[in-house]
Design a binder for this molecule. Structure first.
Ligand SMILES: Nc1ncnc2c1ncn2[C@@H]1O[C@H](COP(=O)(O)OP(=O)(O)OP(=O)(O)O)[C@@H](O)[C@H]1O
Ligand SMILES: [Mg+2]
Length: 236
């Protein structure tokens, strides 16, 4: 299957330090990829580059048959790839208004927005929270509202940064269920996590950022086969 999007030669330096230099990153379509790596290995930075939110020093993008620089690809990737922060930012408004926000921005009419939001609330089992203030929700509830708000914009790829961090078991299960539904709907997903065990069951493959390199840890019940995708280019 063709990848959803390919990035080549992605590198970024922050405060004079090379964070990573990745020869090739191909996002599998309709699959879930788990990204792990130690604190500071660059997972968040990579996600922000992939979502068109942070300009890297270098990268080329191949998307929808086109070869582009990051700047040329930015409008396309910002539309189709959504990055979700660990602690999602919700507006000081109702859950319904938060979910509707992106649709208002895209200029949809009110009746259509209302219908979509009601369906989305039902999809996420959030109907009972529709009129609650989003600011008052628990961390787990906020994460589910943020996932619903993202889904309603019909992304092709969701990049989830630590989606289950500081959640209790029930909240993790509820988030996991929504992620499973998103995957079933064909949305490609990448999840960065330190809690491998809570999301591993969703993942079709497992990548690891380590010392500026992206390694593929092939999932296998017998052995984890490590393939190096790129040569070490760390300056350190
Ligand atoms: N705006 C910035 N300016 C300077 N350095 C930065 C900036 N953002 C990130 N860094 C550095 O880049 C490196 C990678 O950070 P990043 O947040 O991407 O790591 P991470 O893998 O997401 O870590 P964690 O697991 O803790 O979330 C770190 O050394 C961090 O200090
Ligand atoms: Mg991070």
């Amino acid at each position: 299957m063709n990848p959803l999007i390919s990035y080549s030669d992605i590198s970024i330096t922050m405060s004079g330090k090379l964070i990573f230099s990745i020869d090739k990153l191909e996002v599998p379509a309709h699959q879930c990829t788990l990204l792990t790596g130690r604190n500071g290995s660059g997972k968040t930075t990579l996600f922000k580059i992939m979502a068109g939110l942070l300009k890297p020093d270098t990268t080329k993008i191949h998307y929808q048959g086109l070869d582009m620089t990051w700047s040329q690809g930015k409008p396309y990737i910002q539309k189709d790839i959504i990055y979700l922060h660990q602690q999602p930012y919700l507006f000081d408004a109702s859950v319904t208004d938060n979910i509707a926000y992106g649709l208002h921005r895209s200029g949809e009419n009110k009746a259509s927005i209302h219908k979509k939001v009601m369906q989305a609330l039902e999809w996420a089992d959030l109907s009972h929270l529709a009129h609650r203030s989003a600011k008052q929700l628990s961390g787990g509830e906020k994460q589910r509202v943020a996932l619903t708000r993202a889904r309603i914009l019909s992304p092709r790829l969701l990049l989830l940064d630590e989606p289950t961090a500081s959640m209790d078991t029930q909240a993790k299960q509820q988030t996991g269920l929504l992620l499973q539904r998103l995957k079933f709907e064909g949305i490609s997903i990448m999840i960065s996590s330190h809690e491998t065990h809570t999301v591993e069951h969703l993942a079709d493959q497992h990548w690891q950022l380590e010392q500026g390199q992206l390694n593929v840890l092939k999932k296998s019940p017998v052995t984890d086969n490590v393939t190096h995708l790129n040569a070490a280019k760390q300056k350190n």
